[in-house]
Design a protein around this ligand. Sequence first.
Ligand SMILES: Nc1ncnc2c1ncn2[C@@H]1O[C@H](COP(=O)(O)OP(=O)(O)OP(=O)(O)O)[C@@H](O)[C@H]1O
Ligand SMILES: [Mg+2]
Length: 272
Amino acid sequence: MAEQPKQTAKSNKGATVFGVTSGKGGVGKTSLSVNIACEFSRRGYRTIIVDTDLGLANTHIVAGMKPTRTLSDYLDGKCPLADIIETGPCKVKFISGGNGVKEMANLDDAGRARIVQAVHDVKPHCDVVILDTGAGVAKGVTDFVQASDHALVVTTSNFAAIADAYGIIKVIVQDGYKNPIHAIVNRVRSPEEAEQVFMKLKGCTERFLGFDLNWLGLLPEDNSVEGAVLKRMPFSEAFPGSVAARYLAKLVTGLERYVSAVPKPVPQGAKS
Ligand SMILES: Nc1ncnc2c1ncn2[C@@H]1O[C@H](COP(=O)(O)OP(=O)(O)OP(=O)(O)O)[C@@H](O)[C@H]1O
Ligand SMILES: [Mg+2]
């Protein structure tokens, strides 16, 4: 097993950054990012999502938001960082990446470094930061994974998705990523299917990279995920009793141990 961070007494020492990524596109990063953020927030953690899928950012759609300002405005110097932070569902704070903005998709090293700096700048004000990245192995993805304390690599059981998940792990490890990497297997029909996918991926990372991949968990194929997008709500809010919401809670319980902050007590029956 990969070396796990030591369990220490919890203290408010600034946020833990989780970078949600994948090799292949369309495997569920954004759905997971938004709902993981909501679940952390429901548990009393001050949570922010930064949409770093530059140029094709769509986290706001899954979150049911209409952001008025984006990272693009911040980079252009039109407003300070604080002015692009909006509040979304479940009181999650939110920074949008800008959709259909060609300049963002082609952002240079300096531009990406400013976004990484922005992530560091918001850390003292929250407990959990979720970076929803794009797919692939380009710098526009890997720079943000490198900025995270934990990388969450999402795959489905699709063979190409597994191969591409290996590809992104290979690139970030060879670029010197030393923090834990966790796998999430999405859209599975059974826990056994998820386990088989994970074992394949883990086998490859151990054998070819000498890297120990962690198991985080699975999300089943569930119509409520897509149904919630149509309602423009996170599935865990629209369908809290769904199977997907139940597995999501398990995923977040698995992540909670890496968060050093103490959550604020959530009043019984509190609504988001
Ligand atoms: N567990 C699931 N069950 C059913 N549908 C799902 C599940 N997870 C994701 N989906 C659907 O898969 C599609 C892709 O999901 P999503 O946009 O979250 O993927 P992504 O990895 O962020 O894509 P991209 O690489 O384009 O950013 C969406 O239509 C979403 O509703
Ligand atoms: Mg996405």
